[in-house]
Design a protein around this ligand. Structure first.
Ligand SMILES: Nc1ncnc2c1ncn2[C@@H]1O[C@H](COP(=O)(O)OP(=O)(O)OP(=O)(O)O)[C@@H](O)[C@H]1O
Length: 329
């Protein structure tokens, strides 16, 4: 449903931007920014795919190219079977775009008027505009505020209206760029529920986010992006295997139990023991999955019962590959 091959985008800095770049270094490359560098990505129909990465990684550039707002400088991208460069009109008819932040809504007019306006822009058949706008307003929980100007709406309400706007053309492919940025936890939860519904309808969704819990909650697979390249594309559920093939054991020791630490580290089934930030807490890396029951039994026999097992999280993989940049935690 989304096929990206060798996609590249170079920006050439102009005017003051270029002058500043020249002052900070002498190389000819200084006035060029490689925002995307030979990116390959394949997102099948119905998948929710997360694009994660720090500021400036190239996420927005990718979404802007896929949604025909920006031309690539190399490579090719197909969305819903159409080329974003040569068949932009066909692509536009099949996609919806939802950006975080305030762009894209007219705040002096009502929610309903916004949808009618965008329906016209998306060339929705005039006979269905009224009905579809009403359905979408109901769907995103704004029906009772539909005829109020958007300027009085909260951040969460605006974002739900953004989503309704993105759905006005009944798109097969939906681009969500930082969709819950700045939303409170309840509004975020409601928004994610809506995205789950859209996924259940079989739509293909590409979502960029800095928020690892968002990616874990919504995405079937994720791609980690840095410096314009995709570092890895993996299923969200199993990406932790990149760091460890089996569960690690986290334990919290009471003060009187701390002498047990060296004994624990010396067990043949234990590869290493790392200190965690929480006082008295350590993470035990065992040598194999078979070693876990042996170590768990040893811990319980030693009276250590504040323990839990788990796989490395998406956030740990991100930190391992990218570092701490761009994490919302
Ligand atoms: N119009 C432009 N002119 C010059 N450089 C640009 C332009 N748009 C983006 N860039 C540069 O391209 C790189 C990738 O930017 P992009 O906005 O795609 O990153 P991002 O991953 O979306 O970052 P963020 O998380 O901050 O939104 C950055 O170095 C950025 O400064």
């Amino acid at each position: 449903m989304i096929e990206v091959t060798g996609l590249g985008r170079v920006f050439v800095k102009k005017g003051r931007q270029a002058k500043r770049a020249k002052q900070s270094g002498p190389t000819a490359q200084d006035s060029r920014v490689v925002a995307l560098d030979s990116v390959n990505l394949s997102v099948p129909e119905g998948e929710t795919h997360g694009v994660l990465g720090p500021n400036g990684a190239g996420k927005t550039t990718l979404v802007r190219i896929l949604s025909t707002m920006l031309l690539p400088t190399s490579g090719r991208a197909l969305v819903a079977g159409h080329d974003v460069t040569t068949e932009a009109d066909q692509v536009r008819r099949r996609i919806g775009i939802v950006f975080g932040g305030d762009n894209g809504l007219y705040t002096r007019i009502t929610a309903r008027q916004n949808l009618v306006f965008w329906a016209t822009m998306y060339r929705v058949d005039a006979s269905v505009v009224k009905r579809r706008s009403q359905e979408l307003l109901e769907r995103v929980g704004l029906a009772d505020r539909a005829d109020e100007p958007v300027e009085g709406f909260s951040r969460g309400m605006r974002q739900r209206l953004h989503l309704a706007r993105g759905l006005i053309g009944d798109p097969a492919v939906l681009f969500l760029d930082e969709p819950t940025m700045g939303m409170d936890p309840l509004a975020t939860r409601d928004f994610r529920d809506l995205v789950h519904e859209l996924k259940a309808e079989g739509r293909t969704i590409l979502i960029t986010t800095h928020d690892m819990s968002e990616a874990e909650a919504l995405c079937d697979r994720v791609s980690l992006v840095d410096h314009g390249s995709i570092l890895v594309t993996e299923p969200t559920a199993t990406i932790g295997r990149m760091l460890s093939g089996h569960d690690r054991i986290d334990v919290t020791l009471r003060e009187d139990q701390s002498p047990l630490l060296s004994e624990l580290a010396g067990l043949p089934q234990v590869e290493r023991v790392d200190k965690l930030s929480e006082p008295g807490s350590v993470r035990i890396h065992t040598v194999s999955a078979d070693a876990n029951p042996v170590v768990l039994r040893w811990l319980l026999d030693a009276g250590i019962d504040a323990l839990r097992t788990g796989r490395p999280t998406l956030e740990e993989v991100y930190v391992h590959l990218v570092g701490n940049r761009g994490l919302t935690v």
